[in-house]
Design a protein around this ligand. Structure first.
Ligand SMILES: [Zn+2]
Length: 491
């Protein structure tokens, strides 16, 4: 059986768990700065170091961030929520437990709407989003580097311990590596749009694990799953899931059994390896944190946050593709560059021509931006002036060649294209008698080319059009030039 036929015999089932560090001024339960990096163990205090007698106070901004995320994904916000202690031996958690949420998370249900490269929209439901604190960071070092002679040791940095962390748990209803990445992209875009996190995978403010299993196509029961960790980019998420699906199919095809375990992704080797068996569920002995009062979320708070939600990326995607007629790739390109999308929106508002706005913003303007290493939104071309240029093109006052020249000058600070056209007499010549004069001149001056044309070499027409455009200093209406030239040559 071929590889694809074997793959078609099975359906992959994928669930994604994402940990997202929230953007707040201070940590989750103390006043320490919530910033990435810095000298180890400099952003710490008695609370996040777990000193006896130190009491946590919940960060209200972090709670509102989670509610905002929940509402953006259409989740329910229960009126009551609480924090629980998750007990475990954490070498990088000074309290030796993590404050998390067990049975009463801040949000329940909801779904992440995502779109694929071809523009089709799909969704994956969420189980819950809960709020917890991040752990510190340990660095494991080997022996022999001279610091501690002859022994292996670990270094721990508590700067990250206590940073507010949101965990988004999806239902296992994604069926391909492509959809897993599309889901993550949608989640990332939404959280970025809400301003609740930097969601930088490279700095660890977005981390994800994937639960992967396979089952015979058409089956409804879930197969034994493995949990994949250590994926540091969306590209590695894609590769890791593909690799794991193939590994599981191989095992089942050869009569083996999938073992429930945690597997680490090795980017270099392009393979996963067993980290630990998960045959037994850990007993975290959760219990309500006695130092923290339960959370009461009033309907007023929920409605206030709901009213403050911006247009969401998937809504913008639908507007750009359905209303403005943009290609999925172009819509995504704009949505993923917030400053450029805002600029585009202002051009559309001022010009009322979404297609032309898109053509200029993603075309010539982006080319100039790349060339000069200046973002479009920070350039000297204001959206209003670009709209003016679009109006001049749409009214056929100028042709596209002049428009391109004008845009290059506007990029250098030339200002209003309308006044440039007026001042320099750049308006397109659409007067047939004026163009006819240029056409006659060109025909008279190029007897041999005209003879060639009449002898059947019609491809020389382009040269003649070029000559007429040149004679008009680029201002002739190209369509009219073509029409007049064809008529004269065939007479
Ligand atoms: Zn602290």
């Amino acid at each position: 059986m071929s590889q694809t036929l074997v793959e078609r015999k099975y359906q992959a089932v994928i669930g994604i768990e994402c940990h997202v560090e929230l953007k707040t001024a201070t940590k989750m339960f103390c006043g320490c700065a919530n910033e990435f990096g810095g000298e180890p163990n400099t952003k710490v205090c008695p609370v996040c170091l777990g000193m006896p007698g130190a009491l946590p106070v919940a960060n209200g901004v972090a709670i509102e961030h989670v509610i905002a995320a929940g509402l953006a994904f259409g989740a329910q916000i229960p009126a009551f929520s609480k924090f629980d202690r998750k007990n475990y031996f954490y070498p990088d958690m000074p309290k030796d437990y993590q404050i998390s949420q067990y049975d009463m998370p801040l949000t329940l249900g909801g779904e992440v709407k995502f779109w694929r490269e071809d523009g089709t929209m799909s969704a994956c439901r969420l189980v819950r989003i809960h709020l917890e604190e991040d752990t510190g960071k340990s660095t494991h070092a080997g022996s022999g580097d001279g610091r501690i002679a002859g022994s292996a040791y670990s270094l721990v940095d508590f700067n990250r311990a206590g940073v507010p962390l949101m965990e988004c748990v999806s239902e296992p209803e994604i069926h391909s590596a492509e959809d897993a990445v599309a889901y993550l992209e949608a989640l990332r875009r939404t959280l970025l749009q809400l301003g609740v996190s930097d969601v930088k995978m490279e700095e660890g403010s977005l981390r994800c694990d994937a639960n992967v299993s396979i089952r015979p196509a058409g089956a409804t029961d879930l197969g034994t799953k493995t949990e994949i960790k250590n994926m540091n980019s969306f590209r590695s998420v894609h590769r890791a899931i593909e690799t794991e699906i193939a590994r599981q199919i191989d095992i089942v095809e050869s009569g083996g059994r999938i073992v429930q375990e945690t597997r680490g992704w090795d980017e270099q080797k392009g393979d996963t390896h067993s980290m630990r068996s998960k045959e037994l569920a850990h007993d975290y002995r959760y219990f309500p944190d006695p130092d923290l009062v339960p959370l009461e979320i009033s309907p007023d708070t929920v409605e206030r946050i709901r009213a403050s939600l911006p247009e969401l990326p998937w809504q913008r995607f639908e507007r750009y593709t359905a209303k403005y007629g943009l290609e999925p790739k172009q819509a995504t390109q704009l949505i993923d560059n917030a400053a450029l999308a805002d600029y585009f929106e202002r051009v559309v508002t001022a010009s009322n021509h979404p297609q032309q706005s898109k053509n200029f913003v993603l075309g010539e303007l982006s080319r100039l931006a790349n060339e000069t290493q200046t973002p479009v939104a920070g350039s000297k071309v204001s959206p209003e002036h670009l709209a003016e240029l679009i109006a001049l093109v749409e009214a056929k006052t100028i042709n596209s060649k002049i428009a391109k020249e004008l845009l290059a000058r506007m990029w250098d600070g030339a200002g209003s294209p309308k006044s440039l056209v007026e001042k320099e007499g750049l308006a397109q010549t659409s007067d047939p008698s004026a163009i006819e004069k240029f056409v006659d001149e060109v025909i008279a001056a190029n007897e041999k080319v005209v003879a060639d044309y009449k002898a059947g070499k019609t491809n020389v027409a382009g040269f003649l059009v070029g000559q007429v455009m040149k004679a008009s200093r680029g201002k002739a209406d190209p369509a009219l030039v073509n029409e007049l030239l064809q008529r004269k040559l065939s007479s």
